[in-house]
Design a protein around this ligand. Structure first.
Ligand SMILES: Nc1ncnc2c1ncn2[C@@H]1O[C@H](COP(=O)(O)OP(=O)(O)OP(=O)(O)O)[C@@H](O)[C@H]1O
Ligand SMILES: [Mg+2]
Length: 271
């Protein structure tokens, strides 16, 4: 099992969109994919569940002891298996978050109980910024997909996330590094191009790619479909394919490094 959280320091940058579209693209390429929604907004189902109403139960219903984990998983688009977050009222949500804070190994134990085949890619959608959900995934992640926009807000918030990655991921020998994705890029805007070139140079081996600002992305969401199914020839569909391909290359390189005894993680980049 390879756990790949999709994270960001700032909200609304496209994490759920990226988690959904990477999941379906990877599944299309023949990989076994479990997509977990670990964000109380419970929005991943709108991209992945053919009937988002079927995904009402999810993790929340298991915590309320209404369902088993197996029953909480629903078939998603393109063969992805989806574990939705579901709906929790305020009190149980606070109780869950307190439980997660007190039990740092909660997600690891949960996934161990699923006995997933070792080649399964587990893509996890997360809420923005620091949270107990972020702590849980960073303690286990193989590779973090970090989503950013080419704006000052993403740059200003970045240290919040970097500190957590330094703390929970970098010391682990099984951590293969970050994969940075710049979303909603617009080649017509000079600032966008400047930031893109700067980040690509700065991040080097940890650079995953860009996804263009593309109306097909929000139209696909309105139709509850992945972008590659809704608009296969769109720029964003091609961008997601390229990012999924690079993600697989990073994982393969990390596996090869592990087998050869070399360090798996790309070097952290500062400055
Ligand atoms: N490449 C893109 N082109 C056009 N629209 C996009 C693109 N990526 C995301 N969006 C739109 O941006 C909005 C926010 O995306 P999304 O919900 O995936 O962000 P998020 O990071 O998951 O937000 P949150 O932090 O609230 O969880 C959505 O309306 C989505 O359709
Ligand atoms: Mg989201």
């Amino acid at each position: 099992m390879q756990l790949i959280p999709v994270v960001s320091a700032k909200g609304g940058v496209g994490k759920t969109t990226v988690a959904a579209n990477l999941s379906t693209t990877l599944a299309e390429s023949g990989r076994r994919v479990l997509a977990i929604d670990l964000d109380p907004q419970s929005a991943l189902r709108f991209h992945l569940a053919p009937d988002p109403g079927c995904a009402d139960g999810g993790l929340a219903s298991v915590l309320r002891r209404q369902r088993s984990w197996r029953d909480a998983m629903v078939p998603g688009r393109q063969g992805v298996v989806l574990l939705p977050f579901g709906q929790l009222d305020d009190e149980p949500l606070v109780a869950l978050e307190q439980h997660l804070a007190a039990h740092p190994g909660w997600l690891g134990e949960l996934l161990a109980g699923f006995a997933l085949p070792s080649d399964t890619l587990v893509i996890v959608d997360t809420p923005p910024g620091p949270s107990v959900y972020l702590q849980q995934v960073l303690r286990l992640s193989r590779l973090n997909v970090v989503v950013m926009l080419a704006d000052a807000g993403s740059a200003a918030a970045a240290p919040l996330l970097e500190q957590r990655i330094e703390r929970y991921c970098r010391p682990r020998p099984d951590f293969a590094g970050n994969a940075y994705l710049l979303n909603q890029t617009d080649p017509g805007q000079r600032l966008n191009n400047d930031v893109l070139n700067l980040q690509r140079r700065r991040l080097q081996a940890e650079w995953l790619g860009t996804v263009h600002l593309d109306p097909g992305v929000s139209e696909a969401l309105a139709s509850a479909m992945p972008v590659r199914q809704y608009a296969p020839w769109s720029q964003a569909a091609q961008d997601f394919a390229a990012c999924a391909e690079r993600l697989l290359q990073r994982l393969a390189a990390a596996d090869a490094a592990d087998a050869g005894g070399a360090p798996a993680a790309a070097s952290p980049v500062h400055g």
